[in-house]
Ligand binder design. Structure first.
Ligand code: IMP
Length: 202
């Protein structure tokens, strides 16, 4: 079956396509314009979607419905973020915008916010929404990775909060561990694997 990934983010598209290589299903994206046109589907390359909801689930649903509007295929959308134990739902859906500026500036601000906090536990979460698959309307799949917020910025790889997130069982940040290790344990990869397991069985 052909399924459309509702994202314009090239990094996410490449990662998801890679995961789907072992699947009996074909994951399409806005990059596959020729295949989509052949199916009579036109999806704008840069849909401007407002991810304004209060939960990862609701944001993923907004995205998946926006894409599904343009096609008759099942669609998948994602939403992710960081969650701190000490501040419920924070930064959560606002992970990339609770403070104006760059990833680096947000890391500095987060370290400042935790300056006097003993509890530095945190987790990344990804929610994937599979929409209009067979007789299911919307199904959600979650992936998480727990760890703690480092005392300082460390490492240069990755993006977002990678330089300050130390996953459990390691004493290096995601930005120090690098993409090969991160891809074995990350919230995003876990969510995709769970979704893939569902698709293989159903
Ligand atoms: P998105 O929904 O996957 O685009 O993630 C939203 C925001 O959450 C990102 O812009 C980052 O600030 C943060 N985030 C999500 N996943 C990660 C990750 O794997 N590493 C670091 N930051 C992340």
């Amino acid at each position: 079956m052909q399924i459309l990934f509702a994202s314009s983010n090239q990094g996410k598209i490449a990662e998801a396509k890679d995961i789907f290589l072992s699947s009996k299903h074909q994951l399409l994206s806005v990059n596959d314009q020729e295949i989509l046109e052949h199916l009579g589907i036109i999806v704008p390359k840069n849909l401007n979607i407002q991810e304004s909801a209060e939960s990862f689930q609701a944001n993923a649903l907004i995205k998946v419905q926006a894409f599904h509007h343009f096609c008759h295929l099942p669609c998948i959308a994602d939403d992710s973020g960081l969650l701190l134990d000490a501040y419920p739902n924070f930064p959560g859906v606002n992970s990339n915008r609770w403070i104006e500026g760059s990833d680096f500036e947000r890391n500095v601000a987060l370290l400042k916010k935790l300056e006097n906090q003993v509890n530095r536990r945190a987790k990344f979460q990804t929610i994937l929404c599979l929409y209009a698959y067979k007789n299911h309307q919307a199904l959600f799949f979650s992936g998480e990775v727990s760890g703690q917020i480092a005392l300082k910025i460390q490492g240069t790889e990755g993006f977002g909060y990678d330089p300050i997130f130390i996953p459990d069982s390691y004493n290096l940040s995601f930005a120090q561990l690098g993409v090969a290790v991160k891809n074995k344990i990350s919230h995003r990869v876990k969510a995709w694997q769970t979704l893939l397991e569902f698709l293989e069985k159903n």
